[in-house]
Design a protein around this ligand. Structure first.
Ligand code: S3P
Length: 167
């Protein structure tokens, strides 16, 4: 197994929950990218978007990814937009394996419909918008992935087991 495991996928696909379980099982360090960016900035993702703009947030993601890549032995829950940049995909590839958690728009919507901490969805919290954005992003997720796991109708433990078996 390579140095790091990067979990990618759309907002609400379960990256954070699955990364936590996987890190525990494999005795690896857990890195939650959004949380770390928030801690380092001393403000929420929503505030970073509002005060500095999305481009600034994307720079923070790329800088953090380069640091993680060097560190090794991390299970990384990546922000949903991370694989959109070629540079980020290259950094992940060089630093470990990339696992795509594939989840349907309906399941995503049911999971996150009552949350307000994702600036890209705040004004468009509906299945149609989620499906449209997901269609745009899907090719990047698929292209980046070393391994794809469909998560619909599976428990966190099942997803985790499937991942460990296939790694
Ligand atoms: C984003 C996903 C979010 C967070 C930010 C932007 C995206 O992370 O990084 O709101 O562009 O998909 P999660 O995928 O952990 O929700």
């Amino acid at each position: 197994m390579k140095k790091n495991l990067f979990l990618i996928g759309f907002m609400g696909c379960g990256k954070s929950t699955i990364a936590a379980l996987l890190a525990e099982e494999l005795q690896m360090k857990l890195v939650e990218m959004d949380e770390q960016i928030e801690q380092e900035a001393g403000m929420s993702i929503a505030d970073i978007f509002e005060q500095y703009g999305e481009a600034d947030f994307r720079e923070r993601e790329t800088a953090l990814l380069h640091r993680i890549r060097q560190e090794g032995n991390c299970v990384v829950s990546c922000g949903g937009g991370v694989p959109m940049r070629v540079e980020n995909v290259q950094a992940m590839r060089a630093g470990g394996r990339i696992i795509y958690l594939k989840t349907s728009p309906q399941v995503i919507y049911e999971r996150i419909k009552d949350t307000t901490n994702r600036p890209l969805l705040n004004d468009h919290m509906n299945v149609e918008y989620i499906a449209t954005l997901m269609e745009q992003r899907k090719p990047k997720y698929e292209e980046a992935a070393d391994l794809t796991i469909v998560t619909d109708q599976k428990t966190v433990a099942e997803v985790c087991k499937e991942m460990v078996d296939k790694l």
